[in-house]
Write a protein that binds this ligand. Structure first.
Ligand SMILES: Cc1cc2nc3c(=O)[nH]c(=O)nc-3n(C[C@H](O)[C@H](O)[C@H](O)COP(=O)(O)OP(=O)(O)OC[C@H]3O[C@@H](n4cnc5c(N)ncnc54)[C@H](O)[C@@H]3O)c2cc1C
Length: 413
């Protein structure tokens, strides 16, 4: 029985651990938090997952919350025209509704990772509850045939060298503010549950996502604020109640149609919020810890995107499935650094599209603005745009250059 160690009990680490365990491997997971600490701890993500990633979880029998989680069938997008002159509040410059080819879902990672950890323990996986440092990682790697670092954007990621050629930015492009709410209204009950996305030129974006948390269905609100812009006003990290007041103050003038829907909302719990900023980074996949001692990274540890396009957990699910297949196909052969690099390179073939799509959404080139305008007029354009989130490989086919986009939109003129 081959011995594999995985550091980090998140989407990638636990999905891979459960998959390898089912395939007969002896798996050790190093987890920083117990299920109880996760369930009673702070929010970790907004974790919207789209059809292709959900299919992977379903095939592995890991869709434990599917029946009770809202299935998001469509997305409503608006572009706000900012307050201007005598007009004191923003108006909708344009709006579109797009149907997803397959519904998406979001299960609070506090519940999901706690549940998956318990499942791993029940099925005979070995779990060590501790936070590893570099020396601990080396000691672990020396005791295992393969050690995978699935520690997200934690400090261990720094052991993997930044890949300057693939890393699009050297600083955060947005500051992030996330809050889980009960009691958010909907614009059209017949069309729910839907996700809503709003772009505020020169300020940032707001996403609202139906989800499941510990106290039942909820709505997750995510602000993506341009650093130094008018929405970037949460640096003091207020507690959920005060954060909500501040958010309502912003909505009142910037997105008044959302203000009405959020006015009666309440935070789901005392730790229902999250603040941060991500520097989108791609890293080399192998870290050398000493003579003959190499570890392989996965998911956020190697490919870290800003959450504006909701790619991270989806990438993690894909990467875990791909690494699982590669490990099994390796049979009894050694897990060499070359094999590690080849395995990540297979993963990168897809992940690179998520990086390119996310970069475009963060920088909003002119041709992408044209797509928003076309989406408001043509349902098919809106649908293709929304489904690019689910399969960012389609970005290369129609959004990667102004020429590609113009070619596609030509048919709608
Ligand atoms: C505000 C926000 C919103 C997001 N929204 C979305 C979204 O809508 N859709 C989407 O797909 N993605 C989203 N993401 C990204 C998504 O959450 C991550 O990409 C995904 O969770 C990455 O999975 P992972 O397994 O690589 O890492 P993680 O989920 O971060 O898991 C890493 C685990 O490793 C543990 N760990 C770290 N260091 C150590 C150590 N030294 N020793 C032991 N354990 C350690 C951590 O405690 C954690 O449990 C969002 C992220 C943020 C910040």
């Amino acid at each position: 029985m081959r011995r594999i160690a995985i550091v980090g009990a998140g989407q990638a680490g636990l999905q891979l651990a459960l998959g390898l365990l089912a395939a007969g491997y002896r798996v050790t997971v190093v987890a920083a938090r117990t299920p109880e600490q996760l369930r009673t701890g702070p929010v970790l993500s907004t974790q919207a997952m789209f059809g292709p990633a959900l299919r992977i979880e379903r095939a592995a029998g890991l869709n434990l919350w599917e029946a009770e989680t809202p299935a998001v069938h469509s997305v409503r997008g608006t572009l706000a025209a900012p307050p201007d002159g005598p007009q004191e509040v923003a108006v909708q410059a344009l709006a579109f509704t797009a149907v997803m080819d397959e519904p998406g879902q979001s299960v609070d990672q506090r519940i999901k990772m706690a549940g998956w950890l318990e499942l791993l323990a029940e099925r005979g996986g070995r779990i060590e509850y501790r936070t590893l440092d570099g020396a601990g990682l080396r000691a672990l790697a020396e005791r295992h045939e393969l050690t995978i670092v699935a520690a997200g954007r934690g400090e261990l990621a720094e052991l993997f060298e930044r890949d300057a050629g693939r890393s699009p930015f050297d600083r955060p492009q947005r500051t992030l503010t996330c809050l889980y709410l009960h009691g958010v209204g909907v614009p059209d009950p017949a069309a729910e549950p839907r996700a809503r996305m709003h772009a505020i030129p020169g300020a940032g974006e707001l996403y609202l996502q139906p989800a499941l948390t510990g106290s039942g269905p909820c709505t997750i609100l995510l602000w993506e604020a341009l650093p130094g812009g008018p929405l970037d006003c949460f640096a003091d990290r207020p507690a959920p109640d005060e954060q909500l007041d501040r958010i309502l103050g912003l909505l009142r003038t910037r997105l008044p149609w959302e203000y009405e829907l959020c006015a009666e909302a309440e935070p789901t719990d005392g730790l229902a919020n999250l603040y941060g900023a991500v520097t989108p980074t791609v890293r080399h996949p192998v870290a050398r810890l000493g003579e003959g001692c190499h570890v392989l990274g996965i998911a956020d540890t190697l490919v870290l995107n800003d959450p504006i396009t909701g790619q991270g957990a989806n990438n993690a699910a894909r990467a875990a499935a791909l690494y699982q297949r590669a490990i099994i196909e390796r049979g009894g052969a050694p897990f060499t650094p070359d094999w590690m690099r080849e395995t990540f390179e297979l993963c990168w073939q897809h992940a690179r599209h998520s990086v390119e799509f996310t970069t475009a959404m963060l920088t909003m080139p002119e041709h992408l603005q044209g797509v928003f305008a076309a989406a408001a007029q043509h349902e098919a354009v809106a649908r293709r745009f929304a489904n690019t989130y689910a399969d960012p490989a389609d970005y290369a086919a129609w959004l990667a250059t102004p020429e590609l986009t113009a070619g596609y939109l030509e048919a709608f003129r």
